[in-house]
Design a protein around this ligand. Structure first.
Ligand code: ADP
Ligand code: MG
Length: 461
């Protein structure tokens, strides 16, 4: 048997060193400096951070960067980074004390052990209900009370940072807590796919089947991932898993970043499965809900945040809850570093970049192409390819239209970026999309959704 390397501490050191060289000092001090190596096992490193707020921020901002770098440094090996909260920095103790009841600390001891795949912080108690999420939250609570009964399967969809993972895991946490005999499995569509392929390659498909078919509640996060690339055998397996669970009154809940009707590259029978049952969606929170969410988060911190600062954040950050949290974490990080109380003036200066992010016109054609390719599940280069199949020309026209709508580039320049096409091709594409939007009222929200994603992908942190 090959010997398997399971100590990645050296890989970790090198990875962090390289990332440090590539990031600004303040960014490094604010976020990455707070991350410390804990242990490694086969294909995974565990690192700890001193608070949950930081954990979430590092996960959303840097997880991908770190994992990519780990792969680089280790010579192409896929090493996953697992983050846990652990009190290991003296200066964070004050904050941790306040955070403690909400935090999934590796040191927490409880009568019922914490579910291994779920973050304890994602609970119903910590979820602020507003007009934007009321229906989804009520459904989630009802499911957690009576798993296997009503609203099965259930799909929660909504844009990034609006609480999909939070609600999904809250269902899992609640069931895990109240029904000791019920087995809850949480998995992202990406990990479901990786695990399936891994078990296939290792000739242990039964292991996979046993895990996913012998469960009472199956929670699959981010099913839009399934539409990317060729995943037929995974979807086939998902289809059978779904049927097996459904027939036995086991509960299934999914999340997705878009309505099922907008999913590409998936078979009709799978689409039907996803859209069976109850579909609910999460919208962006209103000003009042944003204030309620921030106030709730602030109440768990040891740093005082005055009301006028909360008002400032809520007036400027309208996109989603993750961005709200990012603004707050920036302020908390600053207050801890310089040991100063947060005032309106400090907040205005510290948050200037965050506030100006989406409005600033820093959208590039590449970002648009990347976002559109991702959205339609095609490759970046397909957008410049000569091929004229509908599967490629629809996204291509959409991408050209968006370039025209949200950037200042001329049609000739846009054409250049799409495989050296003529400016008339770009104009034709724009006309076509406009006409389609007139004829099909469902296209407008899809376009808005795409623009939102492009703006999100354009924000540099
Ligand atoms: P998504 O999975 O939709 O991208 P998440 O569930 O990861 O979004 O939510 C992003 C962050 O915002 C998380 O830290 C989550 O706890 C928080 N959050 C989202 N909605 C709410 C809410 N209604 N109340 C409190 N926190 C929320
Ligand atoms: Mg999520």
């Amino acid at each position: 048997m090959n010997e398997i390397k399971t100590d990645y501490s050296d890989v970790w050191q090198e990875t962090i060193k390289q990332i440090r060289e590539e990031t600004t000092k303040s960014e490094y001090m604010l976020w990455l400096n707070r991350l410390s190596y804990e242990s490694s096992k086969e294909n995974a490193i565990t690192a700890c951070v001193p608070s949950t707020l930081l954990l979430d921020q590092i996960r959303t901002r840097y997880l991908q960067t770190i994992e990519d770098k780990l792969e680089d440094v280790s010579g192409g090996k896929k090493i996953a980074l697992e983050l846990v909260v652990k009190k290991n920095h003296a200066r964070d103790e004050k904050q941790e004390k306040k955070d403690a009841p909400l935090v999934s600390s590796v040191e927490t001891k409880k009568a019922i052990p914490q579910h291994a795949q779920l973050n304890e912080r994602y609970s119903f108690e910590n979820f602020v209900i507003g007009e934007n999420n009321q229906f989804a939250a009520s459904a989630a609570i009802a499911i957690a009370k009576n798993p296997g009964r009503s609203y099965n399967p259930c799909l929660i969809y909504g844009g990034v940072g609006l609480g999909k993972t939070h609600l999904l895991q809250a269902i899992g946490n609640q069931i895990h807590k109240t029904f000791e005999d019920k087995k809850v499995v949480y998995v992202t569509a990406e990990n479901f796919t990786n695990e399936f392929i891994y078990n296939l390659e290792n000739r242990t498909p039964l292991k996979f089947k046993n895990k996913y078919r012998n469960t009472d509640v199956l929670l699959i996060d981010d099913i839009h991932f399934f539409q990317k690339g060729k995943k037929e055998s995974t979807l086939e397996e998902l289809f059978h898993t779904f049927n097996a669970l459904y027939e036995n009154n086991k509960h299934i809940v999914f999340t997705c970043d878009r309505p099922i009707s907008e999913m590409r590259n998936i078979e009709e029978r799978i689409r039907t499965r996803f859209s069976q049952g109850l579909t609910t969606n999460l919208d962006a929170p209103s000003y009042e809900t944003r204030v309620a969410i921030l106030k709730k988060k602030v109440s768990t911190l040891s740093v005082a945040i005055p009301d006028d600062v909360i008002d400032l954040i809520c007036n400027n950050v309208t996109t989603n809850v993750r961005d709200l949290e990012a603004a707050l974490t920036t302020l908390v990080g600053y207050a801890e570093l310089v040991n100063k109380n947060i005032t309106l003036e400090i907040a205005q200066t510290q948050l200037r970049d965050i506030f100006s992010g989406p409005e600033q016109n820093n959208v590039t054609i590449d970002t648009i192409k990347r976002t559109v390719a991702d959205y339609y599940g095609i490759s970046f280069s397909d957008l410049s390819a000569r091929k004229k199949t509908k599967a490629l020309s629809d996204p291509r026209q959409m991408a050209m239209f968006l370039c025209r709508e949200i950037t200042e580039y001329a049609t000739t320049e846009i054409g250049q970026e799409f495989g050296g096409r003529d400016h008339s091709t770009v104009m034709h594409a724009c006309e076509k999309i406009k006409n389609k939007m007139k004829a099909d009222s469902t296209l407008e929200p899809a376009v808005q959704n795409l623009i939102k994603k492009i703006r999100e992908n354009s924000i540099k942190v």
